[in-house]
Structures are given as structure tokens and as C-alpha cells.
Design a protein around this ligand. Structure first.
Ligand code: CO
Length: 134
């Protein structure tokens, strides 16, 4: 059941351009998607590194969720995203298992992918994301 694997690791960065260049230079990363999500105050880049992915997140507004994260904790690991077949079904299953959810229902993330976030309280301090495996 449940997760098929890790879809990506999310990393909060203060300068998106600089971080993209760094991951290119150090790890041969290639940009797969690049997106600004205005209503969330996020500028993001999805990078492919071999068969894995890193999502770099920077803030376009200080009061955004990523902006607050950067202010409180500085740049670094932000979340782990698990690939699942059906985000809504997994949310139901996790809720039934007593996991604290951030999103009760799926929403649209980068590239129109269906996503949802699980509270770090449910996972021992790590923000988790579900991504529809598509
Ligand atoms: Co993510």
C-alpha cells in the first residue's frame, strides 16, 4: 500500500538562481520545471539529479510559509515528498491512522501535480508531502 517511493526532497533557499547554479555545478542537476506560485508567495524550481529530484523553494514575500521558514530556521531541508497513486485516498488513510494533516484535501502544486502536506507532528519533525505519481 501507500507510498511508491520518494518523489523529491524540498530545500528552502534564500536565492533561487544561486541555488540552481550550485546544484547544476556540484551535482549535474537539470531544471525540469520552474514556477512562481503567487498566492503562496513561492518561487520554485524542480531539478532532476539522475533518477532523483530536488525541489528548491524560495520566498517571493516575507510573510509566505517559505518566507517564515527561512526567517525562523534559515536555508536547508524543508520537506520530503512521497509519490502515491491517489493523494485523496492516502489523505483519508493517514487521517484514519491519526496523522495530523495540513491539507485535508489535495491541491495543485508545481506543474499542476496533485499534492498535499502532512504536519511534521505526524512524522517526528519532518514536513511530508504527498505527490500523485503520474
Ligand atoms: Co515539494
Amino acid at each position: 500500500v501507500s507510498a511508491r517511493g520518494i518523489h523529491h526532497l524540498g530545500v528552502a533557499v534564500s536565492d533561487l538562481e544561486e541555488a540552481v547554479d550550485t546544484y547544476r555545478r556540484l551535482f549535474g542537476a537539470e531544471v525540469e520545471l520552474r514556477e512562481t506560485i503567487e498566492e503562496q508567495g513561492v518561487e520554485a524550481a524542480m531539478l532532476c539529479v539522475g533518477t532523483g529530484r530536488i525541489e528548491l523553494l524560495s520566498s517571493s514575500r516575507a510573510d509566505s510559509a517559505v518566507g517564515k521558514f527561512l526567517e525562523n530556521r534559515g536555508p536547508g531541508m524543508h520537506h520530503v515528498a512521497f509519490a502515491v497513486d491517489d493523494v485523496a485516498r492516502e489523505l483519508d488513510r493517514l487521517a484514519a491512522a491519526g496523522a495530523e494533516l495540513i491539507d485535508e484535501t489535495p491541491r495543485r502544486g508545481m506543474g499542476g501535480m496533485e499534492i498535499a502536506f502532512i504536519h511534521p507532528n505526524a512524522t517526528g519533525g519532518v514536513l511530508a508531502e504527498l505527490v500523485a505519481n503520474g
